[in-house]
Design a binder for this molecule. Structure first.
Ligand code: C5P
Length: 148
């Protein structure tokens, strides 16, 4: 019994170490339709409120990046997407990494719309300039613009 308890404790410790050292991946979508890209304005947390980002979120355990992005687009925008090529990546706080993908609407998908207390807008290349971006999102504007 003592050995069992020690093993349980050890596995819990290992899981915690894994959690702390693992690189979290945040995936984001450059959803492009008719030479415009969809950007979302954050309402939460307060320090990011009002800033714009490419919609997305954290990849969960055991989930592929593409699956995570499809899930996030469904949850946040109510639409079904096909995930295309990677457009860029870069570090976020807390050992996390942001990976941006070119994404398109699947035929027959509902139009994307704001769901989670956020505003969404379709912007042209020119309108992307000078936006107040969340964190490093603004770094990908050149890559995204090249696809519009
Ligand atoms: O959207 P969510 O809160 O799950 O995002 C997790 C973290 O990733 C947040 O801290 C957010 O600042 C960051 N993020 C980002 N750019 C995005 C999406 C998320 O920097 N396009």
């Amino acid at each position: 019994r003592a050995r069992r308890t020690a093993l349980v404790r050890l596995s819990r410790t290992l899981r915690n170490i894994e959690r702390r050292t693992q690189r979290r991946t945040v995936v984001a979508a450059a959803l492009i339709v008719d030479r415009k890209v969809l950007v979302a304005q954050r309402a939460m947390p307060p320090q990011l409120a009002g800033q714009w980002e490419f919609p997305g979120g954290k990849v969960e355990r055991g989930e592929t990046r593409a699956a995570a992005l499809m899930r996030e687009c469904c949850e946040e925008l109510g639409c079904q997407v096909a995930v295309g090529p990677e457009l860029g990546r870069g570090p976020l706080a807390d050992r996390a990494e942001l990976v941006l993908f070119h994404v398109s609407l699947l035929p027959g998908s509902p139009q994307p719309r704001a769901l989670e207390n956020q505003d969404v807008r379709w912007l042209s290349a020119r309108e992307l300039e000078g936006l107040d971006w969340v964190g490093s999102n603004g770094r990908y504007v050149t890559e995204v613009t090249a696809r519009l």
